[in-house]
Structures are given as C-alpha cells and as structure tokens.
Write a protein that binds this ligand. Structure first.
Ligand SMILES: [Zn+2]
Ligand SMILES: [Zn+2]
Length: 1005
C-alpha cells in the first residue's frame, strides 16, 4: 500500500542556475545549451534568436470559444514561478540537498498559506486549512560521497541523491570498494564479486525518475541480494541531474547518480589498476511531530451538486511540473469560474490543495476516501490537476534537446463505464490542443487520483517526462502554452459535464484491479498496457486549425498526402515479398528503387509538371546482405535471433561455413564492463541506448563497438534499448567483424541465457551471414519542372530511398514534395514568380552518394539563380514516449530539428519560424548549426536551404510503417513549406544568395 500512497512525486529542479526566471529566458542564447551539462558526444545547436517563452507554439483559440480566452497561460505560469520560489527559500534556509515543497516542512506550510491567500483573493468562500499530524517523516539531513581511484578524487554529492526511504550510514559512514555492474542483470554480475562493495548500475529512466530500468528489471534488489553495501543507479539522462527516486525497497543506502558523474566513476573503475574506493556518509532522520494540511475553498453554485478540482501542493526541488503546474491550473479554473455569475454555475465547485504523496502518507487522499459518502454523494466530476504542462524534450546524440511545445499526456476520463464523459474529454482536448497518448489508461495515472477514480467520475491528464523529480524541473520546463491548453480543456470539460445529470456520471464503485490482458509477444516485464483505444489512430490525430486568412493552403490535405506514403511503403513490401525477406526497403539499385523512380515520375506527369525525366547513375558494387541465420543455444534451448538481428550497414559476412562462438555479455560496452571479461574470439552482446533511433546510440558514441573489436570480439551484437523487438539497420559501425543490431526482447533473452549459464558453460551463438557486393546496379534522379514567370529557381528535393517501409524516412518527405508540386501546379504560371524544380534524389542509405556527388560537381550551373532549396526529409513522425518498458504512441507528431538558411539569412529564418508557428510545425527550440543529417548537408553552404526533420524511435526500423507517419504532420509541414516558398518569392535573390559559407568546425562537443 505504501507504494501506491507514495505514488508520484514531482520533480523539480534546478541545476546550476541560481534562479531561473523569465528574465533568464529572455537571454535567448541561454535556452538550454548554456545550462545543459552536455555529454562529450552531444551535438550542440546554434543559438536561438528568440526567448523560449516567445518560441512556444500557442494553439489558436477556436472561434466559438472566446469565453475561455481569460484562461491565460502566462499568468498561470507566474503561479508556477511563485511555488518554485517557496521551494528555493526552503533550500536556502539550510536545506541545500533535500529540498522542495517537502511535506511537513516550513515549505509545505508556506505553500498552504500561499494557496489559501490566492483562493481568498479570488473571492472563494469557506477557505480553510484542514490540518493533519504526520507520522515521523523520512528526511535526509546531509550526505557526502567521494570516489577515489586512478589518482583522482571525485565528489559525487552534487548529483547523488538518496532514494526515498533509503537508510543512512551512521555517523562514521562507509568506505567501500567500487564495482560497476553495467545493466545489473545476472549476466552483468557474472564474475563480479559485489559483497560489501558499492555497486554502480546503469539505468534508463522509464520515464524520468518514476520507474528506473534498474528497479523495473530487479537490478537494484539483485545488487543488494548479492551483498552490495550500497547501490548507485546511474540515471541515463544526458547531463548531470539530481534525481529523487521513489523507494527502491533496498535496505542498504541507495542513490540516484547523474549520468556525467556516473560515467566518471565508470571510467575510473575501468582505468584503475586497483579498485577505486567510495566513501559515503548519509545522515537520515525520521522527524516526528510534523504537520501538513489540505487547503479547501468553495465557489457556491446554483445547486448543492458538486464539481471538485484538486491538485497536490508538494514536490521535490522546484517541483515546477510536479506539481506547481497542476496547482496553477487549479487556480486558473477558480479565477475563470469566479467571474461567472452564480446562477450560471450549475454546480458548487470545491477546490482542494492536496497534501500530496511525495512521502509515505498521502493524507488528503486517505481523508477523502474515508469520507467519500459525505463528500462525493452528489459529485458530478472530480478533476485531478496534476502535471498539466511539461516541456517536450528529445534525446539527440548525447544531449537533451528542448522543443518549443509541451508533451502529450497520459489520460483517464471516467473509464469505459462513462463513455459520455470520455467523449467530452476527448473533444475538449482536441479543441484546445492538448495532445494525449493515443489510448486512455486503464485507471487513473499514478498520482492523487489513484485511490479515487473508482468512486467518483474522475478526469486526469498527466505526464512524467525527462526532468520529472529532478533538480532541472524548473519553471522554465513548464510551457505556459501547455498550462493554457490543459486548463482551457478542463474548463470546457466542466461546462459540458454541467450539461449532464448526475445519473449520467455516477456509477457503483469500479473493481479495484481491472484484469490485465496477456502481454503482447515480445513485451518486456512489468508493463501495464493501456486501455482500448477509443478511435483509430488516424482519427485520433490532432489537426492544427487553419487560420482564417490561410484558407488557400487548405488545398494541401494531409490525408491525401498520406496515401503517397502508403504507396511507397507498398513498393518496399513488394520487394520484400519478391524474395528479399530480411534486407528490404526501397534499396538503392534494387528493383524497388527502379519502381520508386517510375512511380514518382508518373506522379509528376499526372500533376502536369514538364520535362519529367530520369537521370540514371551507374553504381559501384553495392553491399547487399543476401541472408542470415543466427541462433543462440545453452545446450538445451535454441533461440532464433534472426527475427530481429540485422547486420549493420557494410558489416562483413561470415563466409559460407558461418561461425560458432561463445556468447559474452559486456553490459554498456565501457572499459569497466570489459574488466575481467575475456571476449577474444567470442560474440559480444552489449546494451545501447538509441540517441535517437538507430542513428546514434550510446555504443556508437562511446566507442563500445570498436572497443569490443579491439579486445578481440569475433562478432558484435548491439542490443538496442527500444522496448519491443524491432529490427534496426545501423549506419556503418567501422568494425571489421560481423556486427548486428538486435531487438531488445531478443537481446534480453540472450542476456538471460548468459546470466543463467554455469561457469565454463557459456551459451553459443551460431551466425551465418551471406553478404554480396552486387555489381551493375543503377539508380536515378527523378526530375520535374513547373515553369514560373522567371528563370529564377526554387528547388524542392526529397530522397526516395530507405530501409523497410521507410515511411517517415523518407516516404513522408517525398509525399511533401508531391504535395507542393500539386499545390503550385494549380496556381497560374504568371503568379509563380520563380520556376520550381522538383527532384527525387537517389538517397544516401548506401555508401556511394552517386546523385549527391553529381550535384556537388555541377552546383554552379544547377544552383545558379536559386532563391531557395527545400529538402523535404522526414516531414512527419509519430510522437512516442517510453513508459515503463513500453513505447506509447501519442496522437500527434514530433517536434523537428530545423535549419533555415543559417545566421547570414535572418530574414529567411524568420520566415521559416513564422510559417512553422502559423501551421503548427513544432520544432526544437534552437536551430541547428548545419542542417539535420540528410540531403541538405552537402549543399547548405552554397544555397539558401530550409530543412526540418526528425529521427525518432522507429527511425530505420521495421516498425517505421505508414501508421507512424501522422497525416496531420504531413499537412502541417507541407503547408508551412508552401508558406515559406510564397514569402521567399517576395524577396529578391540578393536577399538570399551568399558567398559560399565556411565549412563548420566539427560539432562543438
Ligand atoms: Zn504529481
Ligand atoms: Zn532520410
């Protein structure tokens, strides 16, 4: 029960900026690169020319909804800042390590008084505090942690944070040998004696600090069971955050540790001849006689029926998302309804500042449950306002990138027995631009509604993203736009619910534990699948409302464009089904490539473009793996791995006899993982976090693959940490032994086999990989022209190739290019200032770059008089989230990396920014210094180029199906590109052309 009550904490944080305020945002260059403690492998973006506050994309208020205009995100954001200030005062009053609006502390009391004051000022009645005595509270007083080895000493207490309820060390502290145990599985512990030592485990957040991988997979408890005297979870979030973990149920001191600090210890262990020592002193007290309170307020309505709005006040660190945002939303609703005449408020509204659950008690929720008959007899709705706005972030190389918008949210709206309420909620979310996970959750999300949803008609949305429960959960990572969207949607839900009668909403208590369906094949341990979707995904997507003045762009229709994505995926599948079941896609040089070129040329012709033709290129012999079989066996069971094992591009084959190798697990592939492991002549399996998708990963960036080879591995398997069992094609890894990506489920099966094997009886892996260099293949450019009023030019290009269905990469970009051709073909020639040239590129999913090289060689003639080159690449990608060990789909598209002409073309950049905003193209906050990896890369230095693109979880996998390309994203990006073309056509060539720019220095790292 304690686990449930502990529920969720909020997160907060603050890492290094003394006080993040709006004035800090205003220094645009500081958006996030300045504060992010970037890892060595991070590509750093260019400086933003606008503040984050100004960059946030604001959902347009629908025309009929002006009555919600008073719900103002920027004003509510002030309430977030004020609550964070309460946390910081507490921190600065002698609590520098464990701080926040911690239940029972002076910060808790200040938060209660602050909220009561807000309620009074709004004019609510019966404002009062209901006090509770608390059981003794776990409060760590102080800690110091150092690691010494390899001739240096590291101070770790800057990011080491004791897990909630972890025991202290006693005043003398501990002095322990340090040992690194990779991902913490049995295979990682094999041959490692952790008795009486400090064990360091690599742990992915799933998400944020809610459910670290090490806990989900039992690694934390495993370390303790094997005798560890202290446990450190290295939280795999680039940078160096402090993360407050929920209880880990261990009886030895257990800490979260920032990634940078964790890697420093890992390096020290890998380097040191003698094991480093870790000194730990942790003083924890259970503090008695503390108090907390529920803050109550009432807004009387026309009847004694009730609508409740509650929000927990507590949280760790700044606790800006969890849960200053929810409290701000609650206040925003109180302000909105207080202005409406009582007679027009059908029901009495009760506002509750809950004590929260970042401790072991959860006083408010328990009190509400105990008094449910009295409190909820006439309750039509309870809104639990929790984490109502969270900054959207992405892993890009080894950095966290901020987007200019908020995350999608989990949601629960009354459950299946209240379809009317669910429908009201869905409509409100769509109307005000609250993206959600595609499916509702089976029960209220972890949080204050957990105990209540069974007995009242409840609505809650929430999210736990990157910064959750960390010291970087500052007000800056709570977009005001998200506060506004969620709060407006809640108001709309309240209004619509007030049109229903109690009988439409009240139900007998629902069963406590709805039965779970059987896990899906390949599902990882412990996931709770969502409830059934209410709509098909394509019907659930949020469509950005077209502004009144932009009706001309309505002709660009996302659903229509999506058909071109499906057509291209069908080309891939025909090739697969025609004898290429393993290595398939629109592979350059193959019959699928030829079919794609013919298809595109025919489409151009249909549109009425002129001079439609193919420009063929001869290819040097192409790397094409013909077939492979891979099994793993421990002597008993034999497992097939070729369902998800995929050779990395340019991997060498095995020869016809294949190889039979001993399997060895090398954790995260660092020196510390290899310590004491003999991998010579063996098949090495390693764990790799995608950063993002398969483009870069921890193993490629940190040298794990090359390290394995240097240590003598005869084959390498890169287990890609994407829940499920996808096939991934890796870019060339630079290794000279057979190298494969392997799905996570298969990778874990092998890890388990290795972990279970008795000493000296390692499982064996048989690999046969037949790779050929196929000669005499051809590829082609596909050209189409739309003559304009002048011979000045605008290019739109898109690469045709890709692996598997290649739906995002790059059927989406080709669809966008076709959409632009269709749009402009309908406009009279006289109104098209410049000639438009559409170019289907061969692509770059091979090692020749035939077309690219030709373009570079002919750039002076090709790009003379060119006002703009749009590279349409990955124009729509499904937004997804890691939740526990599962991937959850959202009902919208990702934010995109972007580049728009660079710093010498501020006019072009502003045109692009305003077009993205106008049509709802969410982007990373900062532009890139150079275009995102792809086809604009070789050209942007001598043409005015614009490119947005994204690489998310399904990138280069067999799960990158048309379903993962939201039609809404195709529509948004394509319309924005049309807008950019139209605005660029108002500029002169001299506004756009520049002398060739210098090649950028290799990315600042
Ligand atoms: Zn919370
Ligand atoms: Zn691409």
């Amino acid at each position: 029960m304690r686990k449930i009550m502990l529920g969720f904490l909020a997160m907060a944080m603050f890492a290094g900026l003394a006080m993040v305020t709006r004035s800090v945002h205003a220094q645009s260059s500081a958006i996030h690169s300045a504060r992010s403690d970037a890892m060595p492998g991070a590509i750093v973006p260019a400086e933003a020319r606008h503040s984050l506050d100004d960059l946030f994309i604001r959902w347009p208020l629908p025309p009929g909804d002006q009555s919600y205009a008073d719900i103002d995100g920027k004003r509510m954001h002030e309430y977030v800042v004020e609550q964070a200030a309460i946390s910081r005062r507490y921190r600065d009053q002698g609590h520098p390590q464990f701080w926040g609006r911690v239940i029972g502390t002076s910060a808790d009391a200040e938060s209660a008084n602050w909220l009561a004051e807000k309620f009074k000022r709004i004019g609510l009645s019966d404002v009062h505090l209901q006090s509770f005595d608390l059981a003794p509270q776990w409060i760590p007083q102080s800690w110091e942690i150092t690691a010494t080895g390899a001739g240096r000493t590291l101070h770790l207490e800057g990011t080491a944070q004791p897990a909630y309820q972890t025991p202290g060390t006693g005043p003398d502290g501990l002095d322990l040998e340090a040992v690194y145990v990779g991902t913490g599985s049995e295979a990682d512990f094999a041959g490692r004696d952790v008795r009486g030592k400090a064990a360091f485990i690599f742990s992915m957040p799933l998400p944020g600090g809610t459910r670290p991988m090490a806990n989900a997979e039992g690694a934390t408890k495993r370390a303790e069971a094997k005798g560890a005297a202290a446990v450190f979870l290295i939280v795999a979030q680039p940078g160096n955050m402090r993360t407050q973990l929920y209880p880990t149920s261990t009886n030895v001191p257990t800490f979260a540790l920032g990634m940078k600090d964790g890697y420093a210890v890992r390096d020290m262990i890998g380097e040191a001849r003698e094991a480093p020592r870790v000194k730990i002193r942790l003083n924890v007290q259970n503090v008695p006689n503390l108090k907390t309170s529920t803050v109550w307020a009432t807004l009387p309505g026309a009847t004694d029926e009730t609508v409740y709005v509650m929000a927990h006040r507590d949280g760790w660190f700044d606790a800006a998302g969890d849960n200053a945002s929810g409290v701000a939303t609650m206040i925003g609703l109180a302000e909105h309804y207080a202005k409406i005449p009582k007679s027009q408020r059908r029901r009495t509204m009760i506002f509750l500042g809950a004590t929260g659950h970042h401790n072991s008690t959860n006083m408010t929720a328990n009190d509400l449950i105990a008094r449910k008959d009295e409190l909820f007899a006439k309750t039509a709705l309870l809104i639990n306002s929790e984490h109502s706005s969270t900054l959207q972030t992405y892993l890009y190389t080894e950095g966290i990138r901020w987007a200019n918008t908020y995350t999608a949210q989990f949601w629960y709206a009354g459950g299946p027995s209240r379809p009317k309420l669910q429908d009201i909620a869905i409509r409100a979310f769509r109307e005000f631009g609250v993206p959600t996970y595609a499916e509702p959750d089976r029960a209220a999300l972890p949080g204050d509604m957990s105990g209540l949803y069974r007995i009242v008609p409840g609505v809650t949305t929430s999210d736990f993203n990157t910064y959750f429960h960390t010291d970087e959960e500052t007000p800056e990572v709570v977009p005001w736009t998200g506060l506004e969207a969620t709060t407006r949607a809640y108001a709309k839900i309240i209004d619509d619910v007030n049109r229903l009668d109690l009988k439409d909403l009240q139900r007998p208590p629902e069963p406590a534990q709805p039965p779970l369906p059987a896990p899906a094949p390949g599902a990882l341990a412990g996931i709770v699948p969502p409830a059934k979707a209410v709509y098909k995904l394509e019907d659930a997507f949020l469509e950005w409302p077209l502004a009144h003045g932009d009706q001309a762009y309505a002709a660009i229709d996302g659903k229509h464009l999506h058909q071109y994505v499906a057509d291209q995926a069908a080309i891939s599948r025909r090739y697969r089904d025609d004898g290429h079941p393993q290595f398939w896609g629109r592979i350059i040089g193959s019959s699928a490539d030829a079919e794609s070129a013919q298809w595109l040329a025919a489409t151009f012709q249909q549109i009425g473009l002129s001079d439609v033709h193919l420009q063929p290129f001869d290819l040097p012999p192409q790397w094409i793996p013909q077939s492979w079989e891979i099994t793993a066996s421990d002597g008993g069971k034999t497992l097939r791995l070729d369902g998800s094992a995929q050779p990395a591009y340019l991997s060498v084959g095995t020869g016809p006899q294949g190889v039979d190798l001993e399997a060895v697990w090398a954790g995260t592939g660092s020196e510390a993982d290899f310590a004491g492991r003999d991998v010579r002549g063996k098949a090495v399996f390693m764990f790799s976090v995608p950063l993002p998708g398969s483009m870069e990963q921890t193993l490629t960036l940190e040298g794990g693959l090359k390290r394995a080879e240097a240590k003598g591995a005869a084959a390498i398997f890169d287990v890609i940490a994407l829940p499920g069992n996808m096939r991934n094609v890796l870019y060339p890894t630079g290794t000279n032994v057979p190298t494969f990506a392997l799905g996570m489920a298969d990778g874990y099966t092998v890890r388990e086999l290795i972990g279970k094997a008795p000493p000296g009886q390692a499982p064996h892996v048989k690999i046969h990989l037949d790779v050929k260099r196929v000669p005499d293949m051809k590829t082609a450019f596909v050209w189409g022209t739309l003559p304009g009023a002048t011979d000045e030019k605008i290019y739109v290009m898109a690469h045709r190739d890709g692996w598997f269905d290649a739906s995002t990469d790059n059927a989406s970009g080709v669809a966008t290019m076709i959409g632009l051709a269709e749009y402009y073909a309908k406009i009279p020639k006289a109104q098209r200032r410049r000639t438009m040239i559409f170019l289907g590129l061969d692509g770059h999913h091979n090692d020749t770059r035939a077309g690219r090289n030709w373009l570079i060689a002919h750039k002076d003639e090709v790009f003379a008089k060119t006002a703009l080159v749009i590279n349409a690449e990955h124009t729509s990608t499904l937004q997804t989230y890691l939740y526990w060990e599962d991937i959850r789909k959202a009902n919208t598209y990702t934010a995109q990396l972007w580049y728009a002409g660079g710093p010498t073309r501020p006019q072009l950049e502003d045109i692009a920014i305003s077009a993205f905003r106008e049509f709802g193209v969410t982007t990373y906050a900062e532009p890139e210094k150079a275009p995102p990896p792809g086809d604009l890369g070789p050209f942007y230095r001598f043409v005015p180029g614009v490119d947005v693109g994204d690489f998310n979880m399904y990138f280069h996998t067999d799960a990158e199906t048309p379903e993962t390309v939201p039609w809404t994203g195709l529509e948004a990006t394509t319309r924005a590109y049309a807008r950019i073309i139209d605005r660029v056509n108002k500029l002169e060539l001299k506004d756009l052309e520049r002398p060739e720019e210098p090649a950028p220095r290799p990315s600042a790292r």
